[in-house]
Design a protein around this ligand. Structure first.
Ligand SMILES: NC(=O)C1=CN([C@@H]2O[C@H](COP(=O)(O)OP(=O)(O)OC[C@H]3O[C@@H](n4cnc5c(N)ncnc54)[C@H](O)[C@@H]3O)[C@@H](O)[C@H]2O)C=CC1
Ligand SMILES: CC(=O)C(=O)O
Ligand SMILES: [Mg+2]
Length: 604
């Protein structure tokens, strides 16, 4: 680790900046202002240009190339748009300051989201720079909770298209359609069918906001370059009556496809993207639980893909629980000795159960012992053997011998859990009585209401701390502000959201050319995330690292994933010399939003 504000070389700066570190200064400063502790403010003597197949005004209207007022004089001449911009050239710092001033003057979160999306559409470099430098402030605006509202209003405020839509009308054309996407080297696709957007239900094609938000985090938090990501909606119709009757709804206005018609749509899409981009990582997102597991099982063995709600959420919850055990002064290997109640038996609840169970078995528990730790409830109460006829195979694995259908509160009273997780999308489900009961039975109950967006959280941070008399260890799916107790104690709640895992997982899997995403990759990702939590974080009641360190977290997760891919012989793009220093290998591949000189392609 470098000492504070150490002066270092271009190479080291690039590595450190890519990993999100800021405690260094660039070696040479020339004519630009060198901002201490900040790489991108430093002008380098050499900067590789970007060759662009565009010229003149076309560059200004291409958000990947556009630098707005930051184009320098020579570049304006070289690329043929002198006179199309005001005279004075600014730099990315002044542009960012101007944008932040306007953004912070706005009070409505959804309007801020619109301002950010407008910037995204105009100038991707500046947009991602704003996210990287101010991730704590921006994540809630481009991701949960505001992205929920953005999806609800997606149709009403549609301005410019972003991403691709595939519907039944496109059957037979998809392999050709993918060539309409203007970027040839796509590394990550986030795809949804809009059937379960956060805890908001079926939003059909309006769910596009989710892949867009997730992919913004891939770029800003995971260091994937913006031209390498593709948001997708599989428009299979919608069963949302309001949308079916909404004259302005832009998706296919028919009930959701079922059976073969649905699976044929999915299959043609998967074949099409694999045809053009054989190595692309496909992240399945917000598919309703009746299809999510089948979808994953269908493709996971022969394509690089994962389901974020099942696997990403499971790994994130595992990391949070390992840290929570540390906060309690218990060994992380005591996971299998806990009694865990999961409220919600959909893809998130069962996904968490599966990942935790695997972790317990890694720690030495038998499958039976690990399974016995869980009490999973759905809206009809405890999953039990008597209900097996109505449970899917993954839920059946967690069905208990007794007390089938026992209500959640009675489960807590009877089995005295030490951990309570909420993934029901039922806001307020964790009542005062439930949380008090948790606190009677356990000195430091772990309470994670994970449903999104904020209104769907099973309880608020304030409620959890108040009702447990400040004894609970808390983390939530959407962010909550710090809570000050009557006795003056201040708790800063953590966010337990799969955003801590998917950017690093995707980065690791794509840079090493992994052929599959395995369960062990998820496990090592969770371990890497958990080890990032410092003693200081734990003292403040935090079980996840601060969101400001997300790039470093992603870097560390990616390194762990690459190591695991190598161990499992699944990495196809790591040379022997790269394997000697995986930290640098990954860091060098991480995109960092800064302006680079543009050169017209035909001249090179
Ligand atoms: N924090 C995070 O990173 C993540 C959070 N989530 C959130 O988890 C929630 C659930 O997602 P899915 O599992 O896909 O949804 P889902 O709709 O498939 O599952 C919801 C489950 O909750 C159960 N449920 C409903 N009412 C209940 C009640 N009163 N008591 C007990 N159980 C009840 C349902 O029976 C069902 O099993 C969503 O709000 C989503 O935003 C999902 C993925 C990641
Ligand atoms: C965070 C997330 O993936 C969800 O709420 O669905
Ligand atoms: Mg999701």
């Amino acid at each position: 680790m470098l000492a504070s504000k150490q002066i270092c070389t271009i190479r080291n700066c690039r590595l450190l900046a890519a990993a999100g570190r800021t405690n260094f200064r660039f070696l040479s400063t020339s004519d630009d202002v060198a901002v201490e502790g900040e790489w991108a403010g430093c002008k380098r003597s050499f900067m590789a240009p970007l060759r662009v197949a565009a010229r003149g005004a076309d560059i200004l209207y291409n958000p990947l190339y556009n630098k707005g007022t930051a184009f320098k004089s020579g570049e304006r001449d070289r690329l043929g748009f002198r006179g199309l911009l005001p005279s004075r050239a600014m730099n990315i710092h002044s542009q960012k300051a101007r944008f932040l001033l306007a953004l912070r003057a706005e009070t409505s979160a959804i309007k801020k989201n619109i301002m950010l999306e407008d910037l995204h559409d105009r100038n991707e470099t500046l947009y991602h720079r704003v996210l990287v430098d101010h991730i704590e402030e921006m994540a809630p605006l481009i991701y949960t909770p505001t992205v929920g509202q953005a999806c609800l209003e997606f149709g009403a405020r549609f301005r410019r298209p972003r991403g691709m839509y595939f519907s039944e009308e496109d059957r037979g054309h998809m392999a050709a359609m993918v060539y309409n996407w203007p970027h040839k080297d796509v590394h990550v696709i986030v795809v949804t069918d809009g059937s379960r957007i956060l805890g908001l239900g079926d939003l059909g094609a309006n769910g596009m906001g989710i892949p867009i938000g997730k992919l913004s985090l891939y770029c800003a938090a995971g260091g994937i370059a913006p031209h390498r990501v593709l948001p997708v909606v599989l428009d299979a119709g919608t069963d949302n009556k309001e949308l079916l009757n909404d004259e302005f709804y832009m998706g296919t206005q028919q009930p959701r496809l079922q059976g073969d018609r649905y699976w044929n749509l999915v299959d043609e899409f998967m074949q099409a993207v694999r045809f053009r981009w054989p190595n692309v990582l496909v992240q399945f997102e917000d598919f309703s639980s009746n299809v999510a597991q089948t979808l994953l099982d269908k493709y996971r063995d022969d394509h690089l893909c994962f389901n974020d709600d099942i696997q990403g959420t499971g790994a994130t919850a595992l990391a949070g629980l390992l840290s929570a055990l540390r906060a309690r002064g218990e060994k992380v290997t005591s996971l299998g000795d806990q009694r865990i109640v999961i409220a919600g038996a959909g893809s998130a609840g069962i996904g968490i159960g599966q990942v935790l169970k695997q972790a317990m078995m890694e720690q030495g528990k038998s499958e039976k012992e690990a399974t016995n730790t869980f009490f999973i409830c759905d809206h009809k109460g405890l999953l039990g053997k008597e209900r097996c006829h109505e449970l899917n195979p993954e839920q059946q694995e967690f069905a208990r011998d007794e007390d089938s259908g026992l209500p959640l509160l009675d489960v807590v009273k009877k089995y005295k859990p030490t951990i309570l997780l909420g993934v029901t999308a039922v806001g307020g489900l964790f009542t005062r009585e439930l949380i008090s009961e948790m606190s009677v039975n356990c000195e430091r109950p772990i309470i994670f209401p994970l449903s999104n967006p904020t209104a769907k959280a099973e309880c608020t941070a304030e409620q959890a701390y108040e009702w447990s008399h400040g004894r609970c260890i808390f983390a939530s799916g959407s962010p909550f502000d710090a809570v000050e107790m009557d006795d003056g104690r201040i708790f800063s709640p953590s966010q337990c959201n799969n955003m801590y895992v998917f950017p690093g997982l995707g980065l690791g899997a794509t840079v090493c050319g992994a052929t599959r995403v395995t369960d062990r990759m998820l496990f090592v990702a969770a371990e890497a995330l958990a080890t990032f939590v410092s003693e200081d974080d734990l003292k403040r009641g935090r079980v996840f690292p601060p969101i400001t360190s997300i790039r470093e977290v992603s870097h560390r997760i990616a390194v762990a994933v690459v190591k695991e891919a190598l161990r499992e012989n699944l990495a196809t793009r790591v040379r022997e010399k790269d394997a000697l220093d995986l930290d640098s290998f990954v860091a060098q591949k991480m995109y960092y939003p800064e302006y680079v000189p543009l050169v017209e392609k035909t001249f090179v």
